[in-house]
Ligand binder design. Structure first.
Ligand SMILES: [Zn+2]
Length: 509
């Protein structure tokens, strides 16, 4: 998931550059007041923390790993995990309908909790069961064995405890509590737990999104999925505790560029080799970058964060926040210029081109008969695979090279409405659980998680992504896909409380 360190670099360079050239356009910032919700009363939810911790600890012990090699899929780990869930959450499994889905391999879970009022649009909580592998050469850096689920020093340890099993179990613990209390949701709630988020979700999330769309759901009122947890200093230049809510995600397209020609002996080479031809094409492509655009999600991001950030920079943020589609003011141009200096913020402003693979040749005296390269694009809205392929063709101007879409490509998603009731209910819930001493803001996600498969479809624009857990500091982020993944025991109690309260608040949407 979202790696914060890169993000930090982005902000720092921004601060450094703009602070050096202080602006004084008071007019632009006149209406640039804080968007933070005020006066939300905190609630305390009593949870069976010991039992919940024991269940999450056991969950971590199932090695539900997503390897890049998809043949290396441990079906027993998933089957055993599913059986454990049935045993651990009896109320949920008596009350909700559970389906095991996925194509071609069915290991994703779809739970349906019928609402009292079937006319209300439903809501959906998403989380993923799979975890990234633990490389052997990193094992000695772990303070605890990664699949042990050890509870020690006030933490629950292990691969997946932060990304993303704490969310699955937070949701199930909350539902189990509610069922014991005899509670039933007003609107139908779906829980979807995917099997392959870490490899893009082609088997799980994508398939279930399709299934639900075919069942005739016209519109989800609210979808929630993982993204960044709450962390002090999460956003560069802002030391406060911060909750960022993803409201839109970029797309994903990988193209293979290939040349097939004659090979031959290296003693009598042609003027242009296959490797040379392809390399030239790649060089031309990298020189033909997509233009910068300011995505509406970026405008919202700076509308909410800008007033909380350093005052000297606010004219730029305000210009972006209040800017209009299809035109770029001078201040916006300055914003773009500054943001383009860093790979993370740059990626927020255009379809990116990343050359990720290049293959040709097997021997020093043999001219390879073919050469291939793979280029990964993260599209902005409107840059469909067709548009991208056209762009590539025009850039490389070489008919000898064939272009093929080799990805389970997804378009850039729709955007959730940060001024609507779903966002407000989420912000309110965050404040009920974690208090008012924190900044809550929408943001534009350049990576993406499984909910993109929902948010890219017309029936689920209002997808909000945030991981509902508090981390102590940005260092704890290193556990995401790294070593010593862990969460605090007491904070896990709040995660459960968060989902419990969110279920209540969804009744009032
Ligand atoms: Zn994740």
């Amino acid at each position: 998931m979202l790696l914060r360190n890169k993000y930090a670099a982005a902000g720092l360079s921004l601060v450094a550059i703009i602070a050096a050239s202080a602006f004084a356009h008071a007019d632009d910032t006149q209406n640039f007041s804080s968007m933070q919700m005020e006066g939300v009363e905190q609630v305390t939810i009593d949870v069976d923390l010991d039992g919940a911790v024991e269940r999450l600890s056991r969950a971590v012990q199932f090695p539900t790993i997503s390897n890049q090699d998809r043949d290396d899929f441990d079906t027993a780990a998933f089957d055993d995990y599913h059986a454990f869930l049935v045993e651990a959450y009896p109320g949920v499994h008596e009350t909700l309908k559970r389906e095991i889905l996925g194509d071609p391999r069915p290991y994703s879970l779809l739970y349906t909790w019928e609402g009292k009022n079937p006319d209300l649009p439903p809501a959906l909580f998403y989380a993923h069961q799979d975890v990234v592998p633990v490389p052997d050469d990193s094992l000695d850096q772990w303070d605890q064995e990664p699949f042990s689920g050890v509870v020690a020093d006030g933490y629950i340890w292990g691969r997946g405890v932060l990304d993303d099993k704490n969310q699955i179990h937070g949701i199930l613990e909350a539902a189990e509590m509610k069922i014991k209390e005899g509670w039933q949701p007003e609107r139908t709630l779906y829980f979807v737990f995917g099997q392959d988020e870490e490899v893009g979700g082609p088997e799980g999330a994508r398939y279930i999104a399709e299934v639900l769309e075919k069942r005739g759901i016209e519109r989800f009122a609210f979808v929630m999925d993982e993204s960044a947890p709450l962390v002090p200093g999460l956003f560069p230049g802002l030391p406060d505790n911060t909750a960022l809510i993803g409201i839109a995600q970029k797309g994903f397209v990988s193209l293979e560029l290939a040349i097939n020609g004659v090979g031959g002996h290296s003693s009598q080479p042609p003027e242009e080799s296959n490797i040379g031809i392809l390399a030239k094409a790649i060089t031309r492509l990298e020189a033909a970058q997509f233009p910068y655009r300011i995505h509406p999600a970026l405008r919202h991001q700076y509308r909410y964060l800008g007033p909380e950030l350093d005052e000297t920079l606010q004219p730029l943020y305000a210009a972006v926040a209040f800017g209009k589609e299809g035109e770029m003011t001078d201040l916006e141009k300055q914003f773009v210029e500054v943001m383009a200096g860093d790979p993370v913020t740059r990626a927020m402003m255009r379809t990116t081109i990343a050359v990720t693979m290049f293959n040709a040749g097997i021997k020093d005296n043999v001219l390879p008969p073919s050469a291939t390269a793979v280029v990964n694009f993260r599209p902005m809205p409107g840059d469909t695979p067709d548009v991208i392929i056209e762009h590539v063709k025009k850039a490389i101007e070489d008919d000898r090279i064939t272009i093929r879409d080799i990805s389970a490509s997804t378009p850039a998603t729709a955007m959730a409405d940060p001024t609507g009731p779903g966002y407000k209910a989420l912000e309110k819930t965050i404040r009920q659980i974690w208090g008012n001493d924190l900044v809550v803001a929408p943001f534009f996600v350049i990576g993406g998680s499984d909910s993109k498969h929902f948010q890219a479809r017309p029936f689920a624009p209002d997808v909000f992504t945030i991981t509902g857990i508090q981390l102590e500091n940005t260092k704890e982020f290193e556990g995401f896909h790294g070593v010593n993944e862990r969460i605090r025991v007491d904070e896990y109690g709040k995660t459960i409380g968060f989902f419990y309260q969110m279920m209540d608040n969804l009744d009032d949407l």
